[in-house]
Design a protein around this ligand. Sequence first.
Ligand code: ASP
Length: 438
Amino acid sequence: MKVVKFGGSSLADAGMMRRAADILKEDPERRFAVVSAPGKRFAEDIKITDMLLQADAEYRSGKDPSGTLSCVKQRFLELTEQLNVPLDIESEFEIIQQQMKKQSGSSYLASRGEYLSAKIFALLTDRPFIDAADLIVFNENHFLNEAETYRISREVLFGFAEGVIPGFYGRAEDGGIMTFSRGGSDVTGSITARAVKADLYENWTDVEGIMSADPRIIDHPRPVKYISYRELRELSYMGASVLHEDAVFPLKNTGIPIRVCSTMNPEAEGTYIMAKYPVDRMSHPVTGIAGKKGFSNLQIEKAMMNAEIGFGARVLNIIASHGISYEHTPTSIDIISVIAETAYLEAHRNEIITEIDEAVHPDRIFIQDGMALVAVVGEGISANVGVAASVLQSIADAGINVRMIDAGCSELNIIIGVGEDDYEKTIHALYHGLYKYF
Ligand code: ASP
């Protein structure tokens, strides 16, 4: 049995909804469908969820949201007319306008895109609509109440052979509606797949799976056929995002693979995200390369630092007390570096320097901005002789200066810090230099 999720771009207009309906019906194993709100139909278009959030912001600031809401209504009217499905959009919007005044947070309005999208898709595919508010529950701290969610979703879904479920939201403690963070329909899909013990969770989107490098930098990078959950997390964290980062957690210990595939090209196999790797990691040690700009290096130097107990702890406590999360702390005998996003450090830099100065009396302390981090990710890296050498050789051959190397205790990645101006060049050098390892 399969659970499928269609993203907003796969449901953006009537033509796309029909295409998604065909994909669903074509395979009888595709029993439960989770849907997003309709996304952009063209580059300058606005996603339904963005319009709903705008309407909510207008309402909350005392402005009249009816203009924005009527644009949303118009899109749903077009969909029902073109698809010829009997959903009374006018009365749905009357209910939405009444409820909007009763519910406290922004989530209610934001969730209505998924709600209506699922109602329409259910009618189009002739399957029952199952409300996510009856399946997914959040606790008082706004986190998913896992135990209760799996208990009730199993109970409810057991009563259905198939169905269409709106993504992105569930029920809050107070009985109102609560959403996940943006892109959260991916998480609804994972939860559903786990609840019904699916054999596969298919995530239909507008890209043909995960690419081994950023297609905006590398022309037609090699698609990734298999990726482990851990590798996906590393690559997504470093900017290669195709799935919501929380979508992996519900499935991690279940063995249910996720297939990321494209509604635009259903024949393409896409990428399988799985716990166990079906290919030989020794012949394919590297899975992908990803990276991000915008990092700073806070460097603290003091002679005999290695003998001073608690030095590192004092430095990191100061960073933590400013609410800053850091990425890496490479050290040498008398130097400790803290690599963090420049945006986080920005507002606190002077205080941090003063506080560290007072706490540990360094010989030298400074912040160097303009660093990009590039990660080479692959479960087979640690066991394979020569990958690290090729990483550094490829970068050296391209004449790029390495500012930092972190070979990670995770044995899963090698992270290189380079100047932001060298970022694209580094990705090119690594992609071509490591090609034989993919
Ligand atoms: N519609 C929501 C968003 O745009 C959730 C989703 O599509 O997954 O973020």
